[in-house]
Design a binder for this molecule. Structure first.
Ligand code: AMP
Length: 312
């Protein structure tokens, strides 16, 4: 079984969407990545940090999903990372209202000995210096995937470029890709990102799906049109969990297989947005994943008779 090492925030979130508002609930990039990737046959572990205020029940939720948490440091007297955000009516865009780094401000990650030989590494969203430090502790990973966000472009630009130069795949949303490269066209943005280091670029476009780029090759996966979207928080991380979980399970890192990984990422993200926070991901069943993947297949599969076109 492949090992997937995940680094990212384990956090408290306060979320406001047009459908409601939550107080401090469980959140964090690594939480969503971990819950999502736990549905694949892999051995996963999270490296992160929380404060003394973090409920044991949240940690138990992670372990009950088979995720190793030896690498989650608990700081006595410390406060857990806190993020609050408010979504606009389109649910595709949001404003960050507050980011309190708290214990994350002085985090020196230690990768548990048992995961230093991890074949797959998912550098989830947090300070690029922490992402880099984790990467330096892993021996010779087969694939390193990085996710980040505008906050780190605004606050740690040089460190971010440094870690980007060392990864194989970057997953990023469309606005962040534009901010990172200064290009409006996502095709041009992907090309500029190759020059920064990653060979593969995944650009997430919220309800408009995701694009995968590698050299001149391109692939598009739609997002499943859902009747109700309550809260998009964590969708990007859940996508990353499905993407890396699938790749780690199959062990195949070719472009062809990455297409399937993008579909799995989109499929997992489609569950995440159905309820607030991690609620949906906490109770997700394998049978639900299977039927959703079949829905995806029929949504995107078509058989066109090209010779019927007069132009040919
Ligand atoms: P997503 O909706 O996929 O972008 O992820 C949302 C999650 O990212 C929330 O659960 C937050 O706790 C976490 N988050 C928000 N801001 C940051 C940040 N600057 N660094 C790391 N994690 C963050």
């Amino acid at each position: 079984m492949s090992k997937l090492l995940i680094v990212g925030t384990v956090a408290f979130d306060a979320i406001e969407t047009p459908f409601g508002k939550t107080d401090k609930i469980l959140g964090g990039a690594a939480t969503y990545i971990g819950l999502s990737s736990s549905h694949f046959e892999i051995d996963s572990a999270i490296v992160s940090i929380v404060g003394e205020d973090f409920p044991e029940a949240h940690l138990n939720l992670l372990t009950s999903h088979g995720i190793n948490i030896d690498g989650i440091e608990i700081v006595t007297g410390g406060k857990t990372f806190f993020w609050s955000g408010k979504y606009h009516n389109d649910l595709n865009t949001r404003d960050t209202l507050e980011t309190q780094l708290n214990v994350l401000a002085d985090f020196n990650p230690v990768v548990p000995e048992a995961y230093r030989d991890a074949e797959f590494v998912m550098l989830g969203n947090l300070h690029p210096m922490v992402q880099l430090s984790v990467l330096e502790q892993v021996k010779s990973p087969k694939l390193v995937v990085l996710d980040t966000m505008n906050f780190w472009m605004d606050n740690a630009w040089d460190d971010l470029l440094n870690v980007i130069s060392k990864v194989d795949v970057i997953t990023i949303n469309d606005e962040e890709a534009r901010q990172l490269t200064g290009e409006h066209s996502l095709v041009k943005a992907a090309r500029k990102i190759y020059a920064m280091g990653p060979k593969y670029v995944v650009i997430k476009k919220g309800e408009h799906g995701a694009l995968l780029f590698n050299k001149e090759k391109m692939f598009f996966a739609p997002a499943l049109p859902l009747e109700d979207v309550f809260d998009p928080t964590g969708a990007g991380d859940t996508f990353a969990g499905g993407f890396t979980g699938y790749l780690a399970q199959s062990g195949d890192i070719t472009f062809e297989n990455m297409k399937n990984a993008v579909i799995y990422g989109s499929g997992m993200a489609s569950f995440c947005v159905e309820k607030f926070g991690t609620e949906r991901m906490e109770v997700l069943k394998e049978s639900e994943i299977n039927s959703r993947m079949l829905e995806f297949k029929s949504l995107t599969q078509f058989d066109i008779e090209l010779s019927a076109n007069k132009a040919l």
